[in-house]
Unconditional design. Sequence first.
Length: 1121
Amino acid sequence: MLFGAAIAAATLYLIALFWLAARQDRRAEEGYAPSRRRTDWIYGLSLAVYCTSWTFFGGVGSAANSGLHYLPIYLGPILVFTFGFGLVRRILAQAKAQHSTSIADFLSARYGKSASVAALVTIIATVGSLPYMALQLQSVGSSLLALDPELQASVSAQELVLLVAASMALFAILFGSRRGDRAGDNAGLVLTIAVESVVKILALLAVAALAVAVLAGVPAEATVSPFSMAQLDARFVILTIIAGCAALCLPRQFHMAFVEAQTDRTTRTMQWLFPAYLVLTSLVIVPIVLAGLAVLPQGTQADMIVMALPLATGSEALALLVFIGGFSASTGMIVVASVALSTMITNDLVSPLLFRRELRGTGDRTRLAARLLMVRRLIIAALLFLAYLFYLGFGAVADLAGLGTLAFAAMAQFAPGLVLGVTSRHGNKGGMVSGLVAGFACWLVLLIVPAATGEPAVFAIHPDPLVSGVLLSLGVNIAAYWMGSAVSRETLVDAAQAAAFVGTTPPGTRPGFVTAKRVADIRLLLAQFVGQKRASAAIEAMGAGLRDSDPADQEMLAMVERTIAGVVGTSSARMLLSSWSQGDPVPLEQVVAMFDETNRRLTFSGDLLQLAIENIDQGVALVDKDMNLVAWNSRYQEMFALPDELASVGTPIADLIRFNLRQSGTPDAEIELQVSRRLEHMRAGRQHRMEREQHDGRIMRIVGNPAPGGGYVTSYSDVTADRRAEQALESKVAERTQQLSEANAALEAATRSKTRFLAAASHDLIQPLNAARLFASALGEEVRGRDQLVRLVKDLDGSITSADRLIRALLDISKLDGGGIEPRMEPVALDDIFDEIMREFAVQAHSKGLRFARVRSSAWILTDRALMASIVRNLMSNAIRYTQSGGVLLGARRVGDGIDLCVCDTGPGIPEKDVERLFDEFQRGETSDREGLGLGLAIVRRIAALLDVEVETRSVVGQGTTFAVRLPVLRWGARTAAPPRRKASTLANARVLVVDNDPAALSATTALLKRWGLEVDCAHGEEEALRAAPTAPDVALMDFRLDGDARGDGVYEKLSAHWGTRPPAILLTAEAGEETEQAARRMGANRLLKPSSPAALRALISDCVARSGTASQPEADSAAS
């Protein structure tokens, strides 16, 4: 009878869980971050996924049948999360540090990142989880039969469990594999499991309350207690041990505790909440068991006491709540176990076999994610089917607690490798595989086979099969682990991962090495790998003031590890630094393997570099600090036709230069001089860039740069074709430019003629229109009181106004298009413009019955007042014209560092599709009347472009429109007298001193500066400069390299000392190196590289003149006079 209600309640419950999970995932994607306290509570409650139908139904059944033997499944995790919480903290920190997605992934990372370890753990976890999953199916089927006993007449238990398995598979697929991204980011799943934990405990508390009420009416002598101290036996201890192991090793428990955790640090709430949940669950079982044994008839299935008790008392609603609680316990386990196991099987078994080519990047990876997601869903369905088969084979011979202990014993096989992996460096891949294989084999032989056949185990050390099987399997596991680790050869990866796991410090402290080494030791170690120069630079980058006697801190050791890792690899660097810092020698075979790896990497890098330079179009030559050839490519040899005896390692570069000079026909008397000059240039490490025409007509671009360690690298590019093409293109461009210039000149002349005519005609029409409007106004006064004539006069005035507006708009358009308007930028108080607009439009707005308001502003802007007022005037005119009711608002609002000048109205609004079109000439919106001319916004656009400001339109049809002009703010403050306008800087009357030792360059520079209107003093050196400029000039233009050893920066310093001031200066040089940059910085000058652009030179001189203040002086004097 309750079957239908249970199905409906379960369906609604699942829908609610789906909604909750989807909502949480959506909020997480939107960036919602819950508080740390709420996160801790959700995390702690989600760990109660440990409490499955075994603890919900089977715990009561175990207490009824075995007394205190029910308690260890709660006691084990309680002890782990209280007294053993340090172990939990270490595992959590390492799981987050290694980005583990499952227990298989975690153990694989610990034991040499071994794929075989991951695969073996996955297989054992899958096989060991089947009893537990079968337990969930059996409990849900049993609870449905308990709700409606008549159901047994129409459907068998096996058929009902099959339906439950199918439903669970569908639910797990929909809920646990909705997306294919990695585990550890399922906020919705974690929240849902936490909610299910609350539902489970509320259901048990409700039944416990009923049980207490029942016991209150039962005589004390009628109650039977199944508990006795004799039950604290070996089985009790073994159950506690495997339960404690399960709290860490169950795939679903590891997933929720360590993979889905949002942080690598634990809190007090996380530490006590889960144990408190277990304590409460274990306590409420006692009254439920006592009440069930007292009032329920004999023969009642012990596992169904929780369901039978409310049914026996007629509490059908409570029975439904109990079903939902048990259903929550089962579905929570199924979903999380499915997510964990499907992730493990997909990542560690299926993908390496089926998707090997795609994962290596050689196959088609376009649909890899979708295929992996489909594989995960198929795996979930297969897991539920296998669990059903396990139920068929074992469900009839094992109760819920029996199935649970089988699963716990299997998962306990991970405990030795997990615990020892984070507490000891001894274990390695060989030991882990040996322990898992031996322990799992003992589990199969000593526990599964006897449970399947009913025969006793082939070997036992205790009368209780569970005690014997667990002790033997774990003992063999640990022994094989230690023996396998001792026998197996530890690899570099094993050692590095062991150090990473065991060496990690607890959260809250900075991981690192403990060492007594000094900075001098660090410098010596680094120099062996990266050279003395890079070693010193790396240490200096750690901070100024470090001395060789200072101790090396953790930050410096981390830097050393990163630097060495770039040479020998991460694992080798970690192990090497660990041994070096602690003074322990590295085993010889590991040192050999380490540097064998380094040699392979360097050989590969050298081959790759040679391959790269051989396949470029440029010729490349590298010389060492002794100026001998050490590397080149075949293109270099081809370019200069070098014989093989010259193109060889160790050939002096001087020989190659002589060969090239002879080939080019250079006289013998000049060859040695040029060779000496080029060698000097290369030894000095100066950058070099030039283009030179060869003797055969080729044009060669030559680029030289100093190489680390004192060498020099030069590249040669044949740019003959490019230069010939450029010359042809320049000739064609010049021809086309001339034609285009002539066409543009004709077009501009026609435009100017049209614009002048339109402006003149418009201006001539304005005067008579003004007179006509005055006449119309006078006529209006004469006919006042005669309604028909008044209406005619009003229409006449409106027509004149429209014509006047049209003519003025055309006049504005003609001026803007004619290019005759130049903005006069000055500081303007925004409120001054507002006042002007208010005065101009107040009467017009009030005559239409509109509210006309303004918001005052204290902003000052830099603009052309007349043009800005014209923008606002046109916007306001449109707003008042098209607003029939409501009002118009003028104001400004702050937006970042600027303001938006806004004109807002309550007019008909502008459809979004019309907004851009309305800024064109003679365009109006669909909602406008016939008054509009369609020129106002066109004028606004032109003026905005002239002032370089943006106009934004925001409009809602039927509600109104806002036009906003985005303006930078000059300052804020009350209106005062505007600051005086400054004249634009000019070069006239400015005096420039030019110092250059090259007569041709000096003459060219002088001629150019005089054409710009500058007064120029010329000098070849310091003495001539003192004679030419006895007083400080406005600008000093200094060449860097002068005669002898003199340099421009030194001459400038001496001249400044003589003048008693430091005028603005420009340093001219052809050298782009650090030397000239530092010289310019010392002078406080701008550096300009030769050959310099006249525009760039003029811009720099203008800036210097503006700083000196000389250029504006004549204007200031003129204004003063």
